[in-house]
Design a protein around this ligand. Structure first.
Ligand code: AMP
Length: 281
């Protein structure tokens, strides 16, 4: 397994590999890897000749008051996990090598980015799209795997690839959960043991919405109230958003009549967790 820190070296090698006829699978991450990340690597592994993972805590997708400095990092552990998954190349650049001090070009998706996490985190998806576009140019993947855990991000990346003609196939990886239902996230590390227990309300709220729908409730106002009431009973849980949106356009819906994404962001102290499910009537 090679570890490459220089963007120029990464691109040179990727172009060489492509010219040699190799196909490249890619899993971009911010590191502090868990089973969710590893599942994406396994999904890419069988579909390509070579597997590249990037580990880069991208500063441009964090707001000024967010957890960029505190974001958990453990490169040695990540390296061992990548090795175990048969990763061929870990791309591990420094922020200063990724962004020129006077960088002035951004990729800004303008239809899907406004709501949900985009409303709560202004500029977040501009940072995500820009870094993913740069990573695609550096890694030259044929295929890239993104997790459904970040449902809005996944749809925005698919739109970016379509609208900017990136020659990359995007593969969706299902959400990987802890045995008790909490969606795996590098940020779960921030939770106290009590918050960790309370955080189960995200999954419970999604299940509750699905149960209500099964009982014939499709009115989003009623579904939202059901979820909000469940979460409000949980100590320390502070709702950031509860959204019911069209699965494709991410436009808010009043009733679950077609495939509907229900997405939640809930804060426990300063830790903000997200989760989602797709409801089909
Ligand atoms: P991150 O390191 O959090 O930026 O995530 C890197 C990739 O892993 C993204 O495509 C995420 O959607 C995906 N991911 C994170 N957590 C999970 C999970 N629990 N299940 C599946 N994919 C995940």
């Amino acid at each position: 397994m090679d570890i490459i820190k220089s963007p120029e070296e990464m691109q040179r090698l990727a172009l060489f590999l492509k010219r040699s006829g190799k196909t490249i699978g890619f899993v971009p991450t911010m590191g502090f890897l868990h089973e969710g990340h590893l599942s994406l690597m396994r999904a890419a592994r069988g579909r390509c000749d070579l597997l590249v993972t990037s580990i880069f805590v991208n500063p441009t997708q964090f707001g000024p008051n967010e957890d960029l400095a505190a974001y958990p990092r453990d490169f040695e552990r990540d390296e061992a996990l990548c090795e175990g998954e048969g990763v061929d190349i870990v791309f591990y650049p420094e922020p200063a090598s990724m962004y020129a001090a006077d960088a002035s070009v951004w990729v800004d998706e303008q239809a899907l980015s406004g709501g949900l996490c985009g409303a709560a985190r202004p500029g977040h998806f501009r940072g995500v799209c820009t870094v993913v576009a740069k990573l695609f140019n550096l890694v030259q993947p044929d295929l890239a795997v993104f997790g459904e855990k970040d449902a809005q991000q996944l749809r925005i990346i698919e739109r970016m690839v379509r609208d900017l003609n990136f020659p990359v196939q995007i593969v969706r990886g299902p959400i990987v959960r802890e045995p008790d239902g909490l969606a795996m996230s590098s940020r779960n590390k921030y939770l106290t043991s009590l918050q960790r227990q309370n955080a189960l309300c995200l999954r419970q709220a999604l299940d509750h919405a699905a149960d209500l729908l099964e009982q014939g409730v499709s009115d989003v106002a009623v579904l939202r109230k059901g979820i909000a009431t469940l979460i409000a009973r949980v100590p320390e849980a502070e709702i950031d958003y509860i959204a019911f949106v069209d699965d494709a356009s991410l436009a808010p819906v009043d009733a679950v009549e077609g495939s509907t994404l229900v997405a939640l962001a809930v804060k426990f102290g300063s830790t903000r967790l997200i989760d989602n499910a797709v409801l089909v009537p």
